[in-house]
Design a protein. Structure first.
Length: 133
């Protein structure tokens, strides 16, 4: 996770691949592996989601990680409504989870303002100028 936070995604993927090789039944490692390779672009988000769903979680912590990563992958796949549902599942068990709280808040804010999600800079400029006309 430290390599991922430093935005060194290839190093993070290599480290998590090594962890999975050492313990292929460890769900947390496999969950991180799926996300690391999706973040690198090795797997499209939809394929990554299918792989993620095949991981069996035995603990609440593993299930939370799976929901969190599913939310991230759904967001990457431009499926915000499904993504926010996964983030809400995290909040059901861990109400103060910072990333899940932020994602739900952002989604609700976009929904209430009529904004469907992130736009390109050109789209934002276009909206800005069309409102002034």
């Amino acid at each position: 996770e430290a390599a991922s936070r430093k935005r060194n995604r290839s190093a993070a993927a290599e480290l998590v691949d090594q962890a999975v090789m050492l313990d292929p039944r460890h769900a947390e490692y496999r969950i991180l592996q799926v996300f690391a390779h999706a973040a690198l672009g090795d797997l499209p988000p939809g394929d990554s989601l299918k792989e993620l769903e095949d991981i069996e979680c035995k603990s609440v912590g593993e299930q939370l990680s799976k929901h969190l990563v599913a939310g991230r992958l759904l967001k990457m796949d431009e499926r915000p409504a499904e993504a926010v549902e996964r983030f809400r599942k995290v909040l059901e068990t861990q109400p103060e989870h910072p990333e899940a709280k932020r994602e739900v808040w952002l989604h609700e804010r976009r929904s209430s303002s009529g904004d469907a999600g992130p736009q390109s800079g050109a789209a934002r400029l276009s909206n800005l100028f069309s409102r002034r006309s």
